[in-house]
Design a protein around this ligand. Structure first.
Ligand code: NOJ
Length: 525
C-alpha cells in the first residue's frame, strides 16, 4: 500500500466553512470565500485544506447531519464552486479534502425518510432498528455522545433506531452491503471531481457489534492522559467495547484505501479514543493514511502529563496529524490559561509537535492565537450543549474569523454574521497581526516555513528523544532538534556535539538556553 507523495511534506488547515469567509453577504461563510482567502492560506504555508461538511443539511449538528452527500448546500455555494476552489487551490499547490460523514445521516436524508415508512421499506436496513427490551426499555444500554440514550422510538413502526449522536443523526447500518456500495459511489463522485481525499468523521464508529451487546460501565470514568478539562459526559462512563472500534470497521477503511489509491487521494481519520495507544491500529495495515492526535487537543497545561502524552502518541503511530485544536474542542489558548500566557504556551506546544511524524494541523484562528469566544449559553446552537446541560458548548470555537477591524471584522458585509463573534479585539484580527512580527500569525507562519525548509524535520530518522527530564523535552530528527521548556525556569538544551543554530523560536532571543515556556528548532550549522 502506498501513500500520496504529496502527503509526505504536507501541513493541514481545518476550515470551518460557515465561519471562515462570507463572499456574498448572506452572513454565512462559503466556498468562494475560501477562494478569496487562498493567498492568506498560501502565505501561512499550509498545503491541505480540510473543509467541514459542505452538503445540504438541516444543520441539527452544524452540517454533520448530511441530507445529500452528492450535493452542495446552496448556503455554501454550488458544485461549480467546488471545482473553482479545487482549481484555484491547485494553482497554489494546495489540495482540498472534504469531510466524509459515514456513521450517520440526517433524519431528513431520503434514505431515512424512506426507512421510516415501515418495517418493509426499501431502505429500512440502511439503519439500525431494534425492538424494545421486554420491559419496554431501549434495546441496550448505549448512550449518545451528546447525552441521553442512543435510541429513539419510532412510534409508527414500534421499533427503536440507533443514533450515537443526536436523534436527528440516525446511525447507518454498515452490516448492510448496500450502504457500503452507496459510499463507494460517494467517494468516487468527489474523487473524480478533483477532491484530494477525505477527513473521515468518527472513523472508528461505523461497525457495531452484531449482537449490540451492552457496554461495560466504568464508575468513576478513567481520567484521560493529559487531563481533560470539563465535566465528564455520560458517554465517558462507558467502555465503548461494542459500539466503537470493531474489527469490521478496519475492513471499511481498507476498502476505501483501495479506492483512494486509484486517485492518489488521502484518508485522514477522526478516531476519538481516550487512550493514544490504539490509534496506531487505524493508520496502518492498508487502512487510513493517518489519524488525528486528538488527545493533544484536550489537554490542560500540566507539563509532565503533556510531555508524557506527546511521547506516548509519537510512539503509538508515525501517522498522526498533530491537532491542538478543532471545531469540537476548547481552543489551546483558553485551555492553557488564556491571554498572553495561553498564547505563549499554545505556540510552544505547536512548535514541540511540528516535527513529529506525520503532519501538523492548524484549526482556523489557531494561527491568530484566538481564545474561545465569549458566547452566552442561551445563544448556543450546539446539540451537545442542549442535550447535556453543563457540557462544553462548541459554539465558542466556531465563531467567525476576525479578518479586519472593519464592520463585522471583515467576515461578512451582511448586517450580522450567522453566529455571534464573541468579544474580539483589534489585535485578534489577521490584518493587525500581519504588521507585527511577534504576532501569533507571523510566528505560526515562520514555524511552518521552518518546517518546510528543513527536510529532516519532515522526513528524517527519529524522533530520537533527548535524554532530558520534564519540564524540558526535545527530540532529534536527522540534523534537526526541536526542544521545548514547559517549565517556569530557564533551561539549557543539551544539543548533540557540533555547531547548532536556532532557526525558529517561539520568542525572541533564540539560543541553547530556553526561557520559561519557550520552544525552538535547531539545525546543524
Ligand atoms: C465529529 C465532528 O467533528 C463533530 O462536530 C460532530 O458533532 C460529530 N463527529 C458527529 O458527526
Amino acid at each position: 500500500m502506498s501513500e500520496p507523495s504529496w502527503w509526505r511534506d504536507a501541513a493541514v488547515y481545518e476550515i470551518y466553512v460557515p465561519s471562515f469567509a462570507d463572499s456574498n453577504g448572506d452572513g454565512w461563510g462559503d466556498l468562494p470565500g475560501v477562494v478569496e482567502r487562498l493567498p492568506y492560506l498560501e502565505a501561512l504555508g499550509v498545503d491541505v485544506l480540510w473543509l467541514t461538511p459542505i452538503h445540504p443539511s438541516p444543520f441539527a449538528d452544524h452540517g454533520y447531519d448530511v441530507a445529500d452527500y452528492l450535493a452542495v448546500n446552496p448556503r455554501f455555494g454550488t458544485p461549480a464552486d467546488v471545482d473553482r476552489l479545487v482549481e484555484a487551490a491547485a494553482r497554489r499547490a494546495i489540495r482540498v479534502l472534504l469531510d466524509l460523514v459515514p456513521n450517520h445521516t440526517s433524519d431528513q436524508h431520503p434514505w431515512f425518510e424512506d426507512a421510516r415508512r415501515g418495517r418493509d421499506a426499501q431502505h429500512r436496513d440502511y439503519y439500525v432498528w431494534r425492538d424494545a427490551r421486554p420491559d419496554g426499555r431501549p434495546p441496550n444500554n448505549w448512550v449518545s455522545a451528546f447525552g441521553g440514550p442512543a435510541w429513539t422510538l419510532d412510534e409508527p413502526s414500534g421499533q427503536f433506531y440507533l443514533h450515537l449522536f443526536a436523534p436527528q443523526q440516525p446511525d447507518l447500518n454498515w452490516a448492510e452491503p448496500r450502504v457500503a456500495a452507496e459510499f463507494d459511489a460517494i467517494l468516487r463522485f468527489w474523487l473524480e471531481r478533483g477532491i484530494a481525499g477525505f477527513r473521515v468523521d468518527v472513523a472508528h464508529s461505523m461497525a457495531k457489534h452484531p449482537e449490540l451487546l451492552d457496554n461495560p460501565r466504568l464508575d468513576p470514568p478513567p481520567k484521560p492522559p493529559g487531563g481533560r478539562p470539563g465535566r465528564p459526559r455520560e458517554w465517558d462512563f462507558f467502555e465503548h467495547r461494542h459500539d466503537l472500534s470493531q474489527a469490521e470497521g478496519l475492513e471499511i477503511h481498507r476498502r476505501w484505501r483501495r479506492l483512494a489509491e486509484t486517485h492518489d487521494a488521502l484518508l485522514l481519520g477522526e478516531v476519538n479514543l481516550r487512550e493514544p495507544q490504539p490509534l496506531g491500529r487505524y493508520a496502518s495495515a492498508g487502512g487510513l493514511h493517518a489519524v488525528f492526535a486528538f488527545p493533544m487537543a484536550e489537554t490542560s497545561w500540566e507539563p509532565a502529563a503533556v510531555i508524557a502524552l506527546v511521547r506516548e502518541l509519537a510512539t503509538a503511530s508515525r501517522h498522526l496529524v498533530w491537532a491542538h485544536a478543532s471545531h469540537d474542542r476548547s481552543r489551546p489558548v483558553t485551555r492553557f490559561g488564556g491571554g498572553a500566557t495561553g498564547r505563549r504556551r499554545a505556540l510552544t506546544l505547536a512548535t514541540l509537535t511540528v516535527g513529529l511524524p506525520r503532519a501538523p494541523l492548524l484549526y482556523q484562528g489557531e494561527e491568530l492565537g484566538l481564545d474561545d469566544a465569549d458566547i452566552a449559553r442561551q445563544d448556543a446552537q450546539d446539540p451537545l450543549a442542549r442535550l447535556t446541560p453543563g457540557a462544553f458548548a462548541r459554539d465558542v470555537v466556531r465563531s467567525p474569523m476576525p479578518w479586519t477591524t472593519g464592520p463585522n471584522l471583515g467576515f461578512t458585509s451582511a448586517a450580522a454574521a450567522w453566529m455571534p463573534f464573541g468579544a474580539r479585539d483589534a489585535l485578534d484580527t489577521a490584518a493587525a497581526q500581519e504588521d507585527d512580527p511577534a504576532s501569533p500569525l507571523r510566528r505560526h507562519r515562520a514555524l511552518l516555513a521552518a518546517r518546510r525548509a528543513l527536510t529532516d524535520l519532515r522526513r528524517g530518522e527519529g524522533p530520537d528523544w533527548l535524554g532530558v527530564a520534564p519540564p524540558l523535552v526535545g527530540y532529534r530528527r536527522g540534523d534537526c532538534v526541536v526542544a521545548a521548556n514547559l517549565g517556569t525556569e530557564p533551561a539549557q538544551v543539551p544539543l548533540p556535539p557540533g555547531q547548532w543554530t536556532a532557526v525558529f523560536s517561539t520568542a525572541d532571543a533564540p539560543g541553547r538556553v530556553l526561557a520559561a515556556e519557550q520552544a525552538a528548532i535547531f539545525t546543524r550549522a
